[in-house]
Design a protein around this ligand. Structure first.
Ligand code: NAD
Length: 270
């Protein structure tokens, strides 16, 4: 049984992850912690995630609970994540990191810490379906080649602060890579006015922000007389939480170093 420590247990993702860990027969919800200023400190993590009291209180910080778990699942804030990684390295504990907004410098430091000290799965989108979508898009682009225009449309709720989504950018990168293009050169994020004809190599990424849409991504491959559309729709946040719990079960006991959801799902060579 893999013992899990949930970081940011009172957050939107932290609550769903606590629930998924508790209801997974291969995982034990061993500990949970929050920001030292959180009003959730001391609350039972089971009550907090809707499964009833389980006798595990939400603690103030990772240091106080690190000995109780094998894997830390972190969906918090990038600066906090780096603090947790340093503690995980010191104690040799595995990590699953879903927190977004990690800078290039953060990622380099994370790689350095993980290499010698702990196994770490890090992915900005842990949904199983989205990771399958990445691979489908890469394969489809490689098969169709330059004769088909690639366009990506993403839709999210009105509270989302960044655009386009990291997932849409990754989809663009997967398609561009398969077509020997560089998304930094060919990405088009806005069209307005007399813009002229579409160029052959451009990859459009367009954004919708509306209501409470959890997350939708469609990739178009449009050629002469036909098109393929590949769509992923997130119905709620459980798809991310489920991916995180799969990763937690997978990463415990792996050699030190960095892994992605492709490793967890066996999609690396697909
Ligand atoms: P949220 O604000 O609801 O939750 C974050 C929680 O982290 C809060 O409860 C906060 O108190 C806690 N926290 C912050 N600093 C802390 C610290 N130093 N110590 C302990 N706890 C701390 O946010 P959310 O919607 O749950 O998202 C969290 C992160 O997960 C974001 O970066 C988001 O983009 C990311 N995310 C990733 C995926 C994925 O699949 N990889 C999916 C959804 C969200």
């Amino acid at each position: 049984m893999t013992r899990v420590i949930v970081a940011g247990a009172a957050g939107r993702m932290g609550q769903r992850i606590s629930y998924m860990v508790h209801t997974n027969p291969g995982l034990e919800l061993a500990a949970a912690f929050e920001h030292p200023d959180s009003p959730a400190l001391g609350r039972d993590v089971g009550e907090n995630c809707g499964v009833g009291a389980i006798g595990v209180a939400i603690s103030p910080g990772l240091e106080s609970v690190i000995d109780q778990g094998d894997v830390i699942i972190d969906f918090t804030f990038h600066e906090a994540t780096m603090e947790f990684a340093a503690i995980a390295a010191k104690h040799g504990r595995a990590m699953v990191i879903g927190t977004t907004g990690l800078t290039r410098k953060n990622l380099a430091e994370l790689r350095r810490l993980a290499q010698g000290n702990f196994p770490c799965v890090q992915a900005p989108n842990m949904a199983v379906g989205v990771n399958v979508l990445f691979k489908l898009v890469e394969k489809t682009a490689a098969i169709l080649g330059d004769a088909y225009d690639v366009e990506i449309v993403e839709a999210h709720h009105r509270m989302k602060k960044d655009a386009p989504s990291g997932t849409a950018l990754k989809l663009g990168e997967m398609a561009a890579g398969a077509l020997n293009r560089d998304l930094a050169q060919v990405g088009v994020y806005e069209r307005n006015g007399i813009i002229g004809e579409r160029t052959d190599n451009e990859i459009g990424i367009q954004t919708i922000r509306a209501g409470d849409i959890v997350g939708e991504h469609t990739v178009y491959f449009a050629g002469a007389g036909e098109r393929i559309e590949i769509t992923h729709r997130a119905h709620n946040r459980d798809n991310f939480a489920r991916g995180a719990t799969l990763a937690a079960g997978w990463v415990a006991g792996k050699p030190n170093g960095m892994y992605t959801m492709f490793d967890v799902l066996g999609l690396t060579d697909f």
